[in-house]
Design a protein around this ligand. Structure first.
Ligand code: HEC
Length: 195
């Protein structure tokens, strides 16, 4: 009986240590994601002011080994993403918004209401594109390599610039078309490079 109690106490202690180690690893990851997002937002602001960010984008890439640390920005804000700032918060992810924008043109009144938030998200997207450019794989996989990576990122950036223009023009049809181009670039890259 005594032995059994001891074994159980030991097992419980091991479990506790495992839980603590795991949650502190996750906390460190969340910290990285938050730091990266502050840098993405600063880059987005510079882009919106027409500034060149090439060097900074490269410097950010060097700080974060894992592209997911950057891409996590696309998730809804309650899941640790940047979020569009639009309600409802649970569905405010920039990724889902881009997908929806590409499906149906927004009514002009909705577009007018969401314009500022969408413009901000579009500049976040442009910032992510500028950073993503620097994550091209060194070695090709499945016949796809740096050349394709660069192409997908350029497609995404081109679509995002068109999206920015369409938002500034408050043109629903052009917003839809540009968002669709952006989504296609995301998907093309994911199908070749994302596990
Ligand atoms: C040039 C390639 C490329 C482009 C363009 C790209 N992605 Fe990704 N994305 C990746 C790769 C590769 C991963 C997986 C990274 C990893 O596992 O380390 C990823 C991961 C993600 C994730 C998962 C993040 C997480 O925390 O799990 C999301 C969400 C995402 N991308 C959204 C997007 C959206 C939205 C777009 C377009 C607006 C986009 N990506 C454009 C390559 C790309």
């Amino acid at each position: 009986m005594k032995n059994l109690t001891r074994v159980m106490a030991f097992a419980l202690m091991l479990l506790l240590v495992a839980v603590l180690v795991n949650s502190s690893a996750r906390a460190a990851e969340d910290e990285e994601v938050k730091k990266a997002q502050a840098e993405i937002l600063a880059l987005a602001k510079k882009l919106s002011e027409g500034k060149d960010v090439a060097q900074e984008a490269q410097a950010i890439r060097k700080k974060y080994d894992d592209l997911n640390t950057i891409m996590h920005a696309y998730k809804p804000s309650p899941k640790g993403g940047i979020g569009t700032g639009l309600e409802p918060k649970a569905g405010d992810g920039i990724e889902i918004k881009l997908i929806n924008l590409g499906k149906r043109a927004l009514p002009a009144a909705t577009l007018a209401k969401e314009k500022d938030a969408l413009l901000k998200s579009a500049y976040v997207n442009l910032a992510i594109g500028e950073i993503t450019m620097h994550y091209a794989p060194e070695k090709p996989r499945g016949g796809k390599g740096a050349k394709e990576w660069k192409q997908f990122t350029e497609d995404m950036n081109k679509g995002t610039k068109e999206l920015i223009q369409a938002l500034k023009d408050a043109n629903p049809a052009n917003v839809k078309k540009a968002a669709l181009d952006v989504n296609n670039a995301c998907q093309n890259c994911h199908s070749d490079f994302r596990d």
